[in-house]
Design a protein around this ligand. Sequence first.
Ligand code: HEM
Length: 363
Amino acid sequence: MAHFTKATSIKDWLDQRLAVEKLEKVMASEYWIPKNINFLWAMGMVLVITFALLLVSGIFLLMYYQPNVDTAFYSVNYTIMREVDFGWLWRHIHGVAASVVFLIIYIHMFTGIYYGSYKKGREMIWVSGMLLFVAFSAEAFSGYMLPWGQMSYWAGMVITNLFSGGSLHADGLVEWIRGDYVPAQAFLTRFFMLHVLLVPLAIMGLIGLHFGALRIPHVNNQDGEEIDFDVEAKKYLAGDTKGSKVMRFANDFMSKDMMVVGVYLVLFFYLVFYNYGFAMDPVNFDPADGLKTPAHIYPEWYFLWSYEILRPFPKDPGLIAFGFLIDTILLEFAQITKSLISLSFAQSPPPITLPALHVANRV
Ligand code: HEM
């Protein structure tokens, strides 16, 4: 049993039981951040804030939403939008955040690619980030089903159809996923469960993993400089705060993060109050009708790239092309982008590792 003494303060009492002081050091006051990073490194914090906005607005929406094929559409478009005080505000926050979060994720990913933040010891940050991207995509898709409008229904039909037939002959798979022959009550109920419980839980776990993966290698920096964090931290703690190449996460770097978050929130709430239309598809303001196919079925802007990959191919090659691309982004896209950039500037470029190019070289 550990040795306990009479506590001198609440902090001391907690410290003896939960080591809060050590935790605070590891996560904040002695979590060392390189000085040579720019505002793009604040995107991680912007993502955390956007996720919090999604969570809070989602909880308020959940108080009135009804996961029932007969009432879902009206619970959103009538009850929440017209009857509940400020229901429209929570819906617009949720809708705008769902769209904007992908913009920030894409900026965050391309920052990581451009500065090579996935390399040498930072691979797990990249892999956990990619898993977060997949989880966010599942969260966005399942959420899109919930208003049970025309686009919800037909997007659900098109995407689940990817699992029908094909040369694998996975007969019955699509019915198993839908719980019916077409999207109906079972489909809505399970996507509701995914959206409000399973996927958010997975996202929270993955955010924990992502942060854990950052702690040992530390964040990269814009010059790609190899920093000895222990040496630089010692310098800082010895009083040479100017000469040291690092600074504390809290409150030093966090105050810079908060500056970027502040500017972001002004833009975010401008969109929520004056320009929310871009996050709402007009076709989804018609209730779902399985007998009336909309003239065009298309995804939100953030899925257009995947949609365009699947569209020109029949099902099998389309899925193979999609899998190939995801695999490439997951592990190798970063490498080729960096290689192409250095090809145009450097004498001897690093090897390009995209699988397709290996094949091309062999031919
Ligand atoms: C949506 C959830 C996400 C959250 C909340 C999140 C949060 C963070 C935070 C707070 C940081 C440290 C500060 C920064 O560099 O911005 C970070 C770094 C990083 N994240 Fe994410 N991230 C998310 C998604 C992703 C995705 C989708 C990827 C890419 C696949 C990714 C890849 C990285 C990389 C490579 C770093 C290290 C940056 C460096 O060392 O320079 N993250 N993330």
